[in-house]
Design a protein around this ligand. Structure first.
Ligand code: GLN
Length: 311
């Protein structure tokens, strides 16, 4: 097989998408995100040998939002192991990311760790036994370690903005608290949740942070094991089935890679054994997933043959 020229591919994708007029709509339910310029686009790929292939606004930090849920899930599994699955399920929800109805039917146990309710339950596990500040510090340091980059920070204005307007997330957390699925003070757990969603990272930093999922759980820079190969495989499986909410089927159909989106317009995608990829375009589709980000990944898997379902 001819070598794949990833530099040429990312340059082509960035160029193609720069000229598109249909860019989706930026998330405006978090006031601080409403003013983001929708004309930005970034892509970064870290290949298996650690080479970076980047184009467009790959070094512009953006709000990672729900992409942080991959890292909090990884940490929580490290702390409580498979006991986590008593508090959160592993099935796609088929509902919007902030849906409330399903939670009532299923007695306060969220469908999966990536919808908001599930991610709040996972954050609660990280808060148990800690001050909120410590729990947040642990999450941030973990991401900095994964990305080999101690400069990654939290955008406090975004966190505050969401805290002020996060009525639905507050409702979800209180509802779960009534079933004992959330154990800690609701304000503590939500505070940590809003702040980890407000971590700002560039495509390059995010792709670096995702490497362990492409390397069977190993952190390639230090050769430390972040998670077992089995756990990495399972996190990838959850990203494939649940990482794009009620757009997960469409993402698997079009892109064919485990991926996790955030309402900041970022997507992290993993080509197991091949690469860790991050794309960013702030405009979202109806399911709250980056519109051009998904198109970029579709172009990428088409030209590389990286879909896990075949070339
Ligand atoms: N912080 C956002 C929220 O809770 C995350 C949602 C997302 O990125 N899909 O609404």
């Amino acid at each position: 097989m001819a070598a794949i020229n990833l530099d040429a591919i990312v340059t082509h994708i960035a160029h193609d998408l720069a000229n598109r007029s249909d860019r989706g709509k930026v998330a405006d339910y978090i006031p601080e995100l409403a003013g983001i310029n929708p004309n930005q686009f970034g892509i970064a790929i870290i290949d298996y040998d650690g080479n970076v292939h980047a184009a467009g606004d790959a070094d512009v930090p953006f709000s990672i939002q729900s992409i942080s849920k991959v890292f909090t899930l990884t940490l929580a599994l490290g702390i409580v192991g498979d006991r986590l699955w008593r508090r959160v399920g592993r099935e796609p929800s088929g509902n919007p990311f902030n849906s409330i109805v399903q939670l009532e039917r299923e007695r306060g146990v969220p469908r999966n760790p990536f919808i908001n309710a599930g991610a709040i339950a996972v954050t609660d596990v990280l808060v148990t036994g800690h001050q909120p500040r410590e729990a947040l510090g642990q999450i941030l340091r973990f991401i900095q370690f994964l990305a080999d980059d101690p400069t990654i920070t939290i955008d406090k204005a975004v966190a505050e903005s969401e805290k002020r307007t996060g009525f639905r997330n507050t409702a979800l957390a209180n509802y779960m608290k009534s079933f004992g699925v959330v154990e800690n003070d609701v304000d503590f757990t939500l505070g940590v949740y809003f702040h980890h969603c407000a971590i700002a990272m560039s495509c390059r930093q995010l792709a670096m942070a995702g490497r362990y999922l492409a390397h069977s759980g190993r952190h390639p820079a230090t050769d430390l094991s972040v998670v077992s190969a089995e756990r990495a495989r399972r996190i990838n499986a959850l990203m494939l089935t649940c990482g794009h909410y009620d757009g997960s089927g469409e993402f698997a159909y079009r892109v064919g890679l485990p991926g996790k989106s955030g309402v900041g317009g970022g997507i992290i995608a993993i080509a197991p054994g091949k690469a860790s990829i991050a794309v960013w375009a702030p405009g979202l589709d109806r399911s709250g997933n980056s519109h051009l980000g998904r198109i970029a990944l579709e172009m990428l898997t088409r030209s590389t043959g990286w879909s896990i379902f075949g070339t």
